[in-house]
Design a protein around this ligand. Structure first.
Ligand code: GDP
Length: 163
């Protein structure tokens, strides 16, 4: 479908440290179209940083117009979780309060070398009022779920605004 055939077109941005699996998550999620029960058709445009995060060179144009963000960390590297807080700050400085944000702990298949506990992730999520999911882009676990949950949430926010 062409962009103009959708009832909505949502921009979703992926952020987080280099190497956490953003590109792999994106490639696992090949769908770019959703239909909701209300019969509205939603197009999704997912933006990946394409490596710019290495230089902290993400510009405000990257964030502009986004409806949701996935803040990704690697469950085996604690520093990427600590930096998720920085990414969240930067995101909130560039976007409005309605933005749907999901914290994503990727590489959950490497649970045996986990460095970030579920408890500390959940504490962060509750404090910042985020959605949360652990995923494995390698094994395709929860990737579809994470995106679907975010999109369902944005759709709700947008349809509530309409009435
Ligand atoms: P990006 O820099 O955030 O875009 O990260 P990439 O998607 O390029 O992934 C970085 C590295 O982590 C690559 O070597 C991937 O194969 C690996 N990787 C990504 N996702 C997973 C995952 O869920 N599990 C495991 N074990 N490795 C992953």
């Amino acid at each position: 479908m062409a962009d103009e055939d959708y009832d909505y077109l949502f921009k979703v941005v992926l952020i987080g440290d280099s190497g956490v699996g953003k590109t792999n998550l994106l490639s696992r999620f090949a769908r770019n179209e959703f239909s909701f029960e209300s019969k509205s058709t939603v197009g999704v445009e997912i933006w990946d940083t394409a490596g710019q995060e290495r230089y902290r060179a993400i510009t405000s144009a990257y964030y502009r117009g986004s409806a949701a963000a996935l803040v990704v960390y690697d469950v085996t590297r604690h520093v990427t979780f600590e930096n998720a807080e920085r990414w969240l700050r930067e995101l909130r400085n560039h976007t409005d309060a309605n933005l749907v944000v999901m914290l994503v702990g990727n590489k959950a298949d490497l649970g045996h070398i986990r460095a970030v506990s579920l408890e500390e992730a959940q504490a962060f999520v509750q404090r910042e009022r985020l959605f949360f999911m652990e995923t494995s882009a390698l094994e395709s676990t929860n990737v579809e779920n994470a995106f679907t949950r975010v999109l369902t949430q944005i759709h709700q926010v947008v349809s509530n605004k309409k009435v």
